[in-house]
Design a protein around this ligand. Structure first.
Ligand code: MGD
Ligand code: MGD
Ligand code: SF4
Ligand code: MO
Length: 749
C-alpha cells in the first residue's frame, strides 16, 4: 500500500478537525499502520506499554501512554485511565513520535562560530558549553547588574531555569503564554472575579455557548473539545463571533460576522439590552456584584444601533444573540478565550466578557464559569528573587501579568535605557515567530553580548544563539505535573494528579532542564542554593504533599484519581459567594482600575481603520500544527504543508484572483513576505479581513521539512498596539495587499 496514503488516512482519522465524530471513537484502531511503518511485522502484543506520559505537542498536556518495542517508541495513545482526554489524542499528539525521532533535532551542545542569524555550528562538550555560558552570564551580571539578563521562557521545562534566573536578580522575564497569549484575559478576570478563569466554562452542560474568536476545532485541546462537543450533542445553542467562517462558526446556530476589533461594543450593547429589559439575574447581581449603577451609566450610550454601526452587523442580530443568552441564563458558557492579545484594546473586552458572565449569574452553575478545586501539591522552587528597586521596566502597566512586558524588554535591549540588557536566554520560546516586528527582535539579539538558547529543534531563534543546548523532549524526561478536575463518565467530579514520566531514554547528549540549570548554577556560584538535585527529586517533592510519588504514580498507571466536590452551587439561598477582589465581590465597576486612570467599567476603544487598498490581517490556529514548533514534523507537514491565504470571494473576483493562485503579501510598511502561498477564495470571510494560520514560513535552513514553507504571519505584523492596562501585545492591527507575479494588487474599496 502507498505509505503516504496510509499516513494521510491515519492522521485524518485522528484529526479532530477533520473528523466531527465523538472523540471517544477517535484513538483506537490505528494498529496496523504503526506495525507497518516501523518494519517489524506483528501486532501490539509484542510491544510494551509505558504509562505516565504527558503530551507537549501543545500546552494542553494530555495524558498519554507509549507503546514501545526494543526501547523504541512506536505509538502514542491517550491514557485509558485519563478522565481528562481519555483514550483520545489529536493528530499532533499522535505525531509526537516523529518529533522524537526527527533527524534534524538538536543532539549535542553547539557553539556558534559564525554570525548570529547566519550561524556556523561547532560541536562542543557539555562542560565547555556550561563553562562558557556561566562565565558569560556572570560577567554580564557583574558589569551591568543582574537584570541585564532577559529570559523568554515557554513550556513546562522552562519553569525551573526561569526561577533560577529570577533568583539571580532579574525580573526581566517575558513568557509567551502571558504577553502574547492569555495574560490579558487572566488580569481582566482577576480584577472582575478575583481569579483567572483558564478556559473553565462548563460547556458540556451549557444551554448556550458564546465564543468570541475562540475557534474551537482549529484550536484543538482534546478534553476542552470533548466538553464542547458534549454540549453541542446535548443541544446547546452555539453563537460564534468571528469575522471568518471558522470551524466553530460552521457548527453555530448564529454566526456573527463581526468587524475585527469591535467585540467590546458588541458585548456592551448586549449587556445594556439585557439590563434595560430586566433579563438578568437580579438576585445574583445584588448578592455578589458591586458597581451596578456606574456600570449601567457606562453603558448608557451602548444601544443596539450604536453597536450595529461600529461592529458592521445588523442590530437585529445583536438583539437575537442577547435574547438567546438571556433566555438560557444562567446555564450559559461565555467562553473567556485563550489567545486574547488581539488589538491592544483587549483588557476592556475581557472585562466585558467577565461582566456579562456575572450579570447572567453564569457562575458555579451547570454551563457556567467554574472555579474548580484541584488537589494541592508542594512547591520545590528556587527561593524568590530579590530585584533592585529601580530595575522594573513595567512601570506603565498596572495590570500587567507576571514578568515584564515583552516590548519593554526589547526596547531596553536596543536603547539600553534605563539600563543595559546584554543577554537573552530563550528556553522553549521562539521570539522570532512569537513577537511582532521581527526586525526589532533581531536588532535586540544582535545587540546582546551573549545569547543562550535551549531548544529541541533548530528553529528560527536557534539561529541567533551563541551557545545552543539540546534538551530532552517531553517524551524523554520527567517534569510537568498535570492536575485538575474533570467529570468521569458517570458525571461525577474527579480530581486527578499525574506527573510527566519518560516513555523512552533520551538519545544523544540531550539533558533535562533541571540538570542543565543546576550545572549552570554551580558554575555561577549558586551551588549551595540549589533546591533539588534532580528533576525526579523535584517531582517527588511536589507530589509528597498529596502523599504521592513517582513510584506510586507508576503503580497507578500514571494517574491518581479521587472523588471531588461538585463545583455547582445551585440552591438560591447559598448563591452568595466571597471573591478575591478588593471588595470581596464581582466588580462590575472597579475602583482599583479607576485609581489607575483607566475606565472602571468596560469601554470600547476603537482600533485603526483599514487603509485604502489593504485588508486587515488576522490569524489563528491550524488543527494539525502547533504554532511554528510542528512545522518540521513529517506527518503534520504532510497534512498541511503551507497556510492558504483566506480572501473573500467578491474581492477575489474584483481583483482577478482565483482559488489556488500563488501569491506573496506586502504589509502597510512595505514589508514583503519571504515566501509565497496559495489563496483560498471563500465567502467565509469579511471583505475587510484576510486570514493566515500562524506559524508557517520557518527561516532556519536546518529544518529539512519545514523550511520556507508557507507565509510567516509574524513577518507581516510589524506594528503592535500594546494593551494600555496590561502591556500585552496586540497584533491584529496590520494590513496587507497581494503581490502576484511581482505586481501589487490592491483590495477594492
Ligand atoms: N491545533 C492547535 N490548537 C491550539 C494551538 C495550536 O498551536 N494548534 N495553540 C493553543 C494556544 S497556546 C492557544 S492560546 C489557543 C488559541 O486559540 P484561540 O484562543 O481560539 O484564538 P483566538 O485568537 O481567540 O481565535 C482565532 C480566531 O479569531 C478570529 N478573529 C480575529 N480577529 C477577531 C476579532 O476581532 N474578533 C473576533 N470575535 N474574532 C476574531 C479569527 O478569525 C480566528 O478564527 O489555541 C490552542 N490550541
Ligand atoms: N503572529 C502571531 N503571533 C503569536 C501567535 C499567533 O497566533 N500569531 N500566538 C501567540 C500564542 S497564543 C502563543 S502561546 C505563543 C507561542 O509562542 P512559542 O512558545 O514561542 O511558540 P513555538 O512555535 O511553540 O516555539 C517554541 C519553541 O520551543 C521549542 N521547544 C519545543 N519543545 C521544547 C522543549 O521541550 N524544550 C525546549 N527547551 N524547547 C522546546 C520549539 O522548538 C520552538 O523553538 O505565540 C504567540 N504569538
Ligand atoms: S491537544 Fe493534542 S497536541 Fe495538545 S496535548 Fe493534547 S494530544 Fe497533545
Ligand atoms: Mo497561547
Amino acid at each position: 500500500m502507498n505509505k503516504n496514503l496510509t499516513r494521510r488516512k491515519f492522521l485524518q482519522s485522528a484529526s479532530l478537525a477533520a473528523a466531527a465524530v465523538p472523540l471517544s471513537r477517535v484513538a483506537p484502531a490505528q494498529a496496523s499502520f504503526v506495525a507497518g511503518e516501523f518494519g517489524a511485522p506483528g501486532s501490539f502484543s509484542e510491544t510494551k506499554t509505558v504509562t505516565g506520559g504527558i503530551c507537549e505537542m501543545c500546552f494542553w498536556r494530555c495524558q498519554v501512554v507509549g507503546k514501545t518495542r526494543d526501547n523504541r517508541l512506536v505509538k502514542l495513545e491517550g491514557n485509558p485511565k485519563s478522565v481528562d482526554n481519555g483514550k483520545s489524542i489529536c493528530a499532533r499528539g499522535n505525531a509526537g513520535i516523529q518529533l522524537l525521532y526527527d533527524p534534524d533535532r538538536l543532539k549535542y551542545p553547539l557553539k556558534n562560530v559564525g554570525k548570529r542569524g547566519a550561524p556556523k555550528w561547532k560541536r562542543i562538550s557539555w562542560d565547555e558549553a556550561l563553562d562558557e555560558t556561566a562565565a558569560q552570564l556572570t560577567k554580564i551580571q557583574k558589569k551591568y547588574g543582574p537584570h541585564a539578563v532577559a529570559m523568554f521562557p515557554h513550556g513546562a521545562s522552562s519553569v525551573y531555569p526561569q526561577q533560577f534566573l529570577q533568583y539571580t536578580g532579574t525580573p526581566n522575564v517575558s513568557a509567551a503564554s502571558f504577553y502574547q497569549c492569555r495574560g490579558v484575559r487572566d488580569m481582566a478576570y482577576m480584577t472582575t472575579f478575583g481569579f483567572s478563569p483558564g478556559e473553565k466554562v462548563d460547556m458540556a452542560n451549557a444551554k448556550a455557548i458564546l465564543l468570541l474568536g475562540s475557534h474551537l476545532g482549529e484550536n484543538v485541546h482534546v478534553s476542552h473539545l470533548k466538553q464542547y462537543l458534549k454540549g453541542l450533542e446535548n443541544g446547546a445553542k452555539l453563537i460564534v463571533v468571528d469575522p471568518r467562517f471558522s470551524a466553530a462558526a460552521a457548527k453555530a446556530d448564529v454566526w456573527v460576522k463581526i468587524k475585527p476589533g469591535t467585540d467590546t461594543a458588541f458585548l456592551m450593547a448586549i449587556m445594556k439590552h439585557l439590563l434595560d429589559k430586566g433579563i438578568y439575574d437580579k438576585k445574583f447581581v445584588e448578592d455578589n456584584c458591586t458597581g451596578l449603577a456606574e456600570f449601567k451609566e457606562g453603558l448608557a450610550h451602548s444601544s443596539l444601533d450604536w453597536a450595529a454601526k461600529i461592529c458592521d452587523l445588523p442590530a437585529e442580530q445583536i438583539k437575537e444573540v442577547a435574547e438567546i443568552i438571556g433566555k438560557n441564563a444562567p446555564n450559559v458558557s461565555i467562553h473567556p478565550g485563550r489567545h486574547t492579545t488581539w488589538h491592544g484594546n483587549d483588557f476592556q473586552r475581557l472585562r466585558a466578557q467577565a461582566c456579562l458572565t456575572a450579570i447572567l449569574g453564569a457562575y458555579a452553575v451547570p454551563g457556567g464559569l467554574i472555579r474548580h478545586k484541584s488537589m494541592k501539591l508542594g512547591k520545590a522552587p528556587w527561593a524568590k528573587g530579590v530585584f533592585a528597586e529601580d530595575c522594573d521596566l513595567a512601570t506603565f502597566w498596572p495590570f500587567k501579568p507576571p514578568g515584564t512586558p515583552t516590548d519593554a524588554i526589547r526596547e531596553t535591549s536596543i536603547t539600553s535605557k534605563p539600563y543595559p540588557i546584554k543577554a537573552w536566554v530563550a528556553w522553549g520560546q521562539n521570539p522570532i515567530q512569537t513577537i511582532p516586528n521581527q526586525e526589532r527582535t533581531i536588532k535586540s539579539l544582535q545587540n546582546m553580548d551573549f545569547v543562550l538558547v535551549t531548544d529541541i529543534m533548530p528553529t528560527d531563534i536557534t539561529m541567533y544563539a551563541d551557545i545552543l543546548l539540546p534538551e530532552a523532549s517531553y517524551l524523554e524526561r520527567y517534569d510537568y505535573i498535570k492536575k485538575g478536575t474533570q467529570w468521569n463518565p458517570a458525571d461525577e467530579q474527579v480530581q486527578y494528579v499525574s506527573a510527566r514520566m519518560p516513555l523512552v531514554e533520551p538519545m544523544f547528549e540531550r539533558k533535562d532542564s533541571v540538570w542543565i540549570t543546576n550545572e549552570l548554577a554551580k558554575r555561577m556560584g549558586y551551588g549551595d542554593n540549589i533546591p533539588v538535585q534532580s528533576v525526579e527529586e523535584l517531582v517527588d517533592k511536589r507530589l509528597a504533599k498529596a502523599n504521592l510519588s513517582i513510584k506510586a504514580l507508576r503503580e497507578l498507571d500514571g494517574i491518581y484519581l479521587q472523588k471531588g466536590k461538585s463545583p455547582y452551587v445551585t440552591d438560591p439561598a447559598k448563591r452568595k459567594f466571597e471573591f478575591d477582589t478588593d471588595s470581596g465581590m464581582i466588580e462590575l465597576s472597579s475602583e482599583i482600575i479607576a485609581d489607575n486612570d483607566f475606565s472602571p467599567v468596560p469601554t470600547f476603544i476603537p482600533v485603526e481603520e483599514v487603509p485604502k487598498g489593504f485588508a486587515r490581517l488576522v490569524y489563528g490556529r491550524s488543527a494539525v500544527h502547533t504554532f511554528n514548533r510542528s512545522q518540521n514534523n513529517v506527518w503534520l507537514h504532510h497534512e498541511m504543508p503551507e497556510n492558504p491565504f483566506w480572501i473573500n470571494d467578491d474581492n477575489a473576483r474584483a481583483m482577478g484572483l482565483k482559488d489556488g493562485d500563488r501569491i506573496a503579501l506586502e504589509n502597510q510598511d512595505g514589508v514583503r513576505s519571504r515566501n509565497t502561498t496559495i489563496i483560498k477564495v471563500t465567502p467565509g470571510i469579511r471583505k475587510d479581513t484576510v486570514y493566515l494560520a500562524h506559524g508557517f514560513g520557518s527561516m532556519n535552513p536546518a529544518l529539512s521539512v519545514g523550511h520556507g514553507k508557507g507565509i510567516d504571519d509574524q513577518a507581516l505584523i510589524t506594528k503592535m498596539v500594546i494593551d494600555p492596562e496590561t502591556g500585552a501585545t496586540g497584533m491584529r492591527n496590520n494590513f496587507v495587499r497581494i503581490i502576484k507575479d511581482g505586481k501589487a494588487i490592491s483590495f477594492p474599496a
